[in-house]
Design a protein around this ligand. Structure first.
Ligand SMILES: [Zn+2]
Length: 425
């Protein structure tokens, strides 16, 4: 096993003189021992909420204690994350009614599950192009329409030709943008390219899967845009029904969107009613958190967070072959072990780190980055996180040659990382 990754960490976050003292402290054998224990069959693939994960969490907490770190959550090693999984009640209707016509779930619509209980939402509808707003780039798909208390109908994705990071950020914000404009429902229509890329059958095959998130104070699953109470995906006849009587037909609108042209927003004629009923299951699973308080009184309020997800995907009884356990040695026992080894080096470093260093082994990454999202929304007391080094699957199959520091241009970390990697060649 190569220790270059841990060395990079040490180099990036400590002064170079400290590196000279810590490099000798990295031990491939210790990393190997941690990976072996965490990825053992007995951990059952460390699925969040399962006993194998809990055992792994205790292992990490014990290691933090052994290293002499400080518990980072008000004296606790654990930040317990409440989770909720909602599953559709198969006996209750799950459907969209568009202009009086019923479209059952999985036929030409996919009706998203929201909180537990019954979620009936019935509203007017407004078409808003791709549903993006970015004033700096002259994009405003909501110009000229009022969507307050209504359902917005938008095509999947963002306009072509945007830089990929801008496109990704905009895509992630579409529900939030709808909420900011007062919409309570979101219907997404597939453009032709996306429909080809994601065949409907594959989408529908996943249509009965539960929805999981961490639970907010009211016990409902967290959503980035809580004001949006219902959403769905539509195609074909359901999309045509939405555009019935509109200034522009579905076929014309689709053709314009496919070409990448700008399509102005307009009100649609039909109302839409979303229906789904679901039941909730609850469990908790911890993020394991430790810290080394900063040594500089002026800087200890700032924290550098080193993190790695501890969970993996568990056991799949339907997996091919005899072995049903996904051990997750690379993903991400290796990352956690590397973090522990870096933590050990920090405890030995002289001079001590000026800023507080927080270590977090987070849960439910495989369920959608949920443990780290919870940590971001529920910051640990004491120090404000100013930078994050996330260790996910340090690849051990070839030499470690590249470092990309995301957001380096917005931070003083950029030159530090450049110097550290430069020193290592
Ligand atoms: Zn991973």
């Amino acid at each position: 096993m190569r220790m270059t990754f841990a060395a990079i960490l040490g180099a990036g976050l400590l002064s170079t003189s400290a590196l000279a003292q810590t490099a000798a402290d990295f031990s491939a054998d210790r990393v190997k021992a941690d990976v072996t224990w965490l990825a053992d069959d007995a951990r059952q693939g460390r699925d969040a909420g399962k006993p194998g994960y809990d055992a792994a969490a205790k292992y990490v907490a014990d290691r933090f204690a052994e290293l002499g770190l400080t518990p980072a959550n008000n004296g606790q090693w654990y930040q317990q994350v409440p989770f909720v999984t909602v599953t559709a009640d198969p006996k209750a209707p799950r459907q969209l009614t568009i202009g009086g016509k019923v479209f059952p779930h999985k036929a030409d619509v996919m009706a998203t599950l929201y909180g537990s209980g019954k979620v009936p939402v019935e509203t007017q509808t407004v078409f808003v192009g791709r549903g993006v707003v970015d004033q700096a780039r002259g994009l405003d798909d909501y110009a000229g329409v009022d969507v307050k208390g209504k359902t917005v109908v938008m095509f999947y994705g963002v306009p072509k030709g945007l830089p990929s990071d801008v496109a990704a950020a905009l895509n992630n914000r579409k529900a939030k943008i709808a909420e900011e404009h007062g919409a309570v429902g979101v219907i997404t229509v597939l453009d032709s390219e996306t429909a080809k890329r994601f065949p409907w059958k594959e989408i529908a095959d996943h249509g009965d899967e539960p929805y999981m998130s961490w639970a907010t104070e009211d016990g409902q699953p967290y959503r980035t845009a809580a004001g949006v109470k219902a959403s769905g995906l539509v195609r074909g006849a359901a999309a045509e029904a939405l555009f019935a009587g509109a200034p522009q037909s579905y076929a014309q609108t689709l053709a314009a969107i496919d070409k990448g042209g700008k399509v102005k927003a307009f009100a649609l004629k039909p109302t839409v009613k979303f229906e789904a009923t679901s039941t909730a299951e609850r469990f908790t699973s911890p993020n394991v958190v430790a810290m080394i308080p900063g040594s500089d009184p002026a800087l200890k309020g700032e924290a550098v967070l080193l993190m790695a997800h501890l969970d993996h995907v568990g056991v799949d009884p339907k997996a091919k072959g005899e072995d049903k356990i996904f051990n997750g040695a690379m993903d991400n026992a290796a990352g956690v072990a590397t973090m522990l080894e870096a933590a050990r080096a920090f405890t030995k470093s002289n001079p001590k780190p000026k800023r507080t260093v927080i270590f977090a082994a987070v849960t439910a990454e495989e369920d959608g980055l949920l443990g780290s999202q919870y940590l971001a929304k529920h910051p640990l007391p004491g120090a404000k996180v100013t930078s994050v080094v996330n260790l996910d699957m340090p690849v051990l199959l070839y030499d470690f040659t590249d470092v990309v520091a995301f957001g380096a241009e917005h931070s003083t970390m950029g030159p530090v990382v450049a110097k550290a990697t430069g020193d290592m060649g």
